[in-house]
Design a protein around this ligand. Structure first.
Ligand SMILES: *Cc1c(COP(=O)(O)O)cnc(C)c1O
Length: 381
């Protein structure tokens, strides 16, 4: 699904010296590299504060702790996402409220959010799924109206640009009150181990969060709040700082690959290609609202699992993200959920398939993949 070896081979001359610097100075924790990367990412995103931490799951948890959410507070998020999002809500003894997604963008459905708001609702967590930014203008409007926090789960969309209704642009993860991201190796900006970060433009919240990531300390050995130990180590920061200047090129390479896939699949009656905002589909030359963390097709009248087997038999990796709706997971079942409220997610888990997507895809690889997909679909009517 990804090719991190070829990617590393091309940037070895940037990455190795950056890591060596950490080795030679033995500044493994909170070294200068962490601070440098933090500043460079703040500039890249045009956000006031980046707080690095140990991974994307911690980032979400710490963001929620920073906002002072309390047990019993309801947090609305998407039913169709990676489990980390709902996991931290439950861990903090907040009440997860899962809602359905939009059938076209796969992102959280704003009307479903509206219907799920109660007097106990405190926050909304939109996930920019597969690299496409959720409908942030409407989500922020709703949040303002109902006095709710918005926490963007930006683990899959770093570098994506969101175009507001007025035409201005913001980077994903800088629109809500706070955002989290992950630097897991296969993410769009990945390190060589675990890593994550929290972003915010709110000075007070940033201060609170800087203490939380460091055992609740604002002054050495004074523990004012219950915190955690969550650090981005200096070697990972060194890798990320070397890779950050390549992020836009990497995201363009992903969009190019997506464009080639979509060229092959468009207009097929059984295949819906990934779609961004109505017209641009996220893959036009000027738009960068979709950074294709995954390239995901939605199939109609195709035996998806047989296609998975066919691709595997042809040495093509593929993935089903996600095969089970969160509301049906043992850990997150709740008697209050009504199946009729999850028609889209319940359908998507049966009909989506994600194809290889990374920065090193060659045209002949894409041709091979699209041919194998189409031959299966056209021969199995
Ligand atoms: C990867 C991911 C996370 C978790 O990140 P980790 O660094 O693996 O903890 C959270 N949310 C989403 C949507 C993700 O894709």
């Amino acid at each position: 699904m990804v090719d991190l070896q070829s990617q590393y081979a091309k940037i070895k001359n940037d990455v190795d010296p950056s890591i060596e610097e950490v080795m030679n100075t033995a500044t493994f924790i909170n070294g200068p590299k962490v601070h440098e990367f933090q500043k460079n990412l703040e500039n890249y995103l045009d956000v006031k504060h980046v707080i690095p931490c140990a991974n994307g799951t911690d980032a979400l948890q710490i963001a929620m702790m920073g906002l002072g959410l309390k047990p019993g507070d309801e947090v609305i998020t998407a039913d169709f996402t990676f489990a980390a999002t709902v996991e931290v809500i439950a861990l903090l003894q907040l009440t997860p409220v899962l809602v359905d997604v939009d059938p076209v963008t796969f992102n959280i459905d704003v009307n479903a959010i509206k219907n799920a708001i109660t007097p106990k609702t405190k926050a909304i967590v939109p996930v920019h799924l597969f690299g496409l930014v959720a409908n942030m203008d409407e989500i922020m409007e709703l949040a303002q109206e109902r006095n709710l926090y918005v926490i963007e789960d930006n683990a899959q969309a770093i570098g994506a640009n969101y175009t507001h209704k007025d035409g201005s642009k913001s980077k994903a993860g800088t629109i809500g009150h706070v955002a989290s991201t992950s630097f897991f190796p296969s993410k769009n900006l990945g390190c060589y181990g675990d890593g994550g970060a929290i972003f915010t433009n709110d000075d007070n919240l940033a201060h609170t969060i800087r203490g939380i990531v460091n055992h609740g300390m604002y002054e050495r050995y004074h523990h004012d709040v219950v915190g955690v130990n969550s650090r981005l180590d200096s070697i990972q920061a060194a890798v990320l700082d070397a890779k950050l200047p390549h992020l836009d090129t990497y995201n363009s390479a992903r969009r190019n690959a997506a464009r080639k896939y979509s060229e092959a699949f468009k207009d097929h009656p059984k295949i819906t290609i990934p779609t961004g905002k109505d017209v641009c589909k996220g893959i036009c030359d000027t738009c960068d609202c979709h950074v294709f963390h995954q390239y995901t097709l939605n199939l109609k009248n195709v035996d998806r699992d047989a296609l998975v087997s066919h691709l595997q038999a042809n040495n093509i990796p593929c993935g089903v993200y996600y095969p089970i709706p969160l509301h049906k997971q043992k850990a997150y079942k709740d008697e209050h959920y009504n199946e009729a409220d999850f028609t889209v997610t319940n359908q998507l888990v049966q009909s989506v398939i994600s194809l290889p997507m990374h920065t090193e895809l060659e045209d002949d690889q894409i041709d091979y993949i699209t041919n194998r997909v189409l031959e299966f679909i056209n021969n199995n009517a």
